[in-house]
Design a protein around this ligand. Structure first.
Ligand code: PRP
Length: 178
């Protein structure tokens, strides 16, 4: 099967406007907190995260870190396992953590990751996703900040890939399968 780019689902301007709105919400919610840590889950979320944090207030006490993980999902014998390829550098004990993802789909990755991060005793733990493919959810996950709810269609761009391709697109586009 081959793939080609389809129509724009979310333009760069639409994304930028929503990113500013989410940043304003986070700034408001965390303005009285010390020790906020924003953790991006590589690779896709790096694009959203770097735009998001630059829209936060300069007064916010915030740090940025990254993790790279893969969820084994429900297909494995040992469910609830997240394999860590790269762990964050700092401790999150007593910190106010916001996990940033590009997309939530089945919810398994975030669900497993949250259980793992809770064991590290953060003061609070919230989730921020750019895209929510809510129709595909297999496990309940509370999403605290959401950019856009989108239909169950293959999309790429702004960090999202198709076998590693098209992450660099400024707009988010549909993929057409041929
Ligand atoms: C994507 C996304 C989440 C996961 C969501 O990662 O960034 O980590 O899939 O799916 P789920 O809700 O069904 O668990 P991907 O494996 O594509 O990695 P990438 O960011 O490196 O492209």
């Amino acid at each position: 099967m081959s793939y080609k780019l389809g129509e724009v689902i979310l333009s760069r301007d639409t994304i930028a406007r929503r990113v500013k709105e989410i940043a304003a919400e986070i700034t408001k919610d965390y303005s009285d907190k010390d020790g906020v840590v924003i953790i991006g889950i590589l690779t896709g979320a790096a694009f959203f995260l770097t735009d998001l944090v630059r829209e936060l207030s300069e007064d916010l006490d915030v740090r940025v870190d990254f993790m790279s993980v893969a969820s084994y999902g429900e297909a494995t014998q040992s469910s609830g396992v997240v394999r860590i390829f790269y762990d964050m550098k700092s401790s999150i004990e007593g910190k106010h953590v916001i996990v940033v993802e590009d997309i939530i789909d089945s919810g398994l990755t975030l669900s497993h990751l949250l259980s793992l991060l809770q064991q590290r005793k953060p003061a609070s733990l919230k989730i921020c996703v750019l895209l929510d493919k809510y129709e595909r959810r297999k496990t309940e996950v509370k999403v605290d900040y959401c950019g856009f709810r989108i239909p169950d269609k293959f999309v790429v761009g702004y960090g999202l890939d198709c076998a590693g391709k098209w992450r660099h697109l400024k707009d988010i586009k549909y993929v057409i399968e041929e």
